[in-house]
Design a protein around this ligand. Structure first.
Ligand SMILES: O=C(O)CCC(=O)C1=CC=C[C@@H](O)[C@@H]1C(=O)O
Ligand SMILES: [Mg+2]
Length: 369
């Protein structure tokens, strides 16, 4: 690949409504866009999903900008890859910083697909042209407000409802949702809000037939999750604990979880995401694609990876209109009867709205070979 320049943009977009989880609330969403250009003037785009504060993982918008500027962009421009699958290896000497790596690697994948005049999902080996999607609902001030949200998205056809739980907002909340919606596919995400001392409390959720409970224990744990999984019926889904295919291999060997939420940003990019997918397929472990409240650019990457055959459970890739008054892509991502039609156009498959990208850009910087 003949690379010419990389441009970073610090973005700020206000979500339609605040999104609250067990570790905080997001409303004005800060993130970084990465554009990479080749010598022919073609572009590829990626999105860094790190938050303003290090509450989901250790990365922030600030750390991502620094690591991209000081380490990852220079490494890439000095050693342009022949194929995007080489980028993960090029970045391996740099420890962790997975969201920074994923944003730049994703832009390289998109650029490669554009240059090959192929949809990104096909370049990744995807087979689906339609993907099932679910919705992730934040913590509300009352159960009635949550029930109204569930009602809205069940009516819209979403295939799975994910609610957030934390101590004091769990058993009664799940019971109320299950009572109102006895047959929906329902799951709960705890974002590490519990400890092993809560095992009996979490076992009380078994009666509500949840598809899974996501990341109940510490963000960096697979040992206690294995102990908990032996004491509850509900399958544990790992999110924050899994950063690589090696993490996934160890977690599955320990039976720390029986489902994995693959987030492209959390694991360092599309190549590692595919490797985790392939491992899980080999072990009969279902995976689904999680979200980080992405703009349409990150959303498009999530759609592409979800076309791989092992993504058998509905993910968190909801419609653009769930989050944004106006998205950065055209057409926007839409959901019809709980599915997204995968665009069959080159690259991420959506056009960029450059006027809107400029409108929401706080500042940018370009790095040339
Ligand atoms: O993008 C989406 O719709 C999923 C949002 C979501 O559930 C999450 C985003 C970021 C961190 C967490 O709050 C949570 C998750 O852990 O999956
Ligand atoms: Mg999660």
């Amino acid at each position: 690949m003949r690379l010419a320049a990389v441009t970073l943009r610090a973005m700020r977009m206000r979500l339609k409504a605040p999104f609250t989880t067990s570790f905080g609330t997001e409303w004005d969403k800060d993130f970084i866009l990465v554009e990479i250009k080749d010598t022919e003037g073609r572009s590829g785009w990626g999105e860094a999903v790190a938050m303003k504060a290090p509450l989901y993982n250790e990365e922030t918008v600030g750390t991502v900008w620094l690591i991209l500027k000081e380490f990852l962009i220079p490494a890439l421009l000095q050693q342009p890859p022949g194929h995007p699958r080489e980028v993960a290896g090029l970045f391996r000497p740099i420890r962790r910083n997975y969201m920074a790596k994923a944003a730049l690697e994703g832009a390289v994948w998109d650029l490669y697909a554009v240059a090959e005049n192929m949809p990104l999902y096909r370049v990744l080996g995807g087979t689906r042209t339609v993907i099932d999607v679910g919705i992730s609902l934040g913590i509300e001030s009352t159960v009635d407000k949550l029930l109204a949200q569930v009602e809205k998205y069940v009516a819209a056809g979403y295939k799975r409802i994910k609610i957030k739980i934390k101590p004091g907002w769990d058993i009664d909340t799940v019971a109320a949702v299950r009572q109102r919606f006895p047959s929906i596919q329902l799951m709960a995400d705890a974002n590490s809000a519990y400890t092993l001392a809560d095992s009996a409390h979490l076992a009380a959720l078994d009666q509500y037939n949840l598809m899974m409970i996501e990341q109940p224990l510490a963000h960096d744990d697979i040992i206690d999750h294995a102990v908990l999984q032996k004491n509850i019926q509900t399958p544990i889904c790992l999110d924050e604990s899994i950063h690589s295919v090696e993490d996934a291999r160890k977690a599955l060997t320990l039976d720390s979880g029986r489902i994995i939420n693959i987030k492209v940003g959390r694991v360092g990019g599309l190549t590692e995401a595919k490797a985790i997918h392939d491992l899980c397929v080999g072990r009969g472990i279902p995976v689904w694609c999680g979200g980080m409240l992405e703009s349409g650019i990150g959303r498009a990457h999530n759609i592409a990876i979800t076309t791989l055959p092992g993504f058998t459970l509905p993910g968190d890739t909801a419609a653009s209109s769930r989050y944004w008054e106006e998205d950065l892509i055209e057409p926007e991502v839409t959901v019809q009867d709980g599915v997204i039609e995968v665009p069959d156009r080159p690259g991420i498959g959506y056009a960029l709205c450059h006027e809107r990208i400029d409108k929401y850009t706080l500042y940018s910087e370009t790095f040339r070979i």
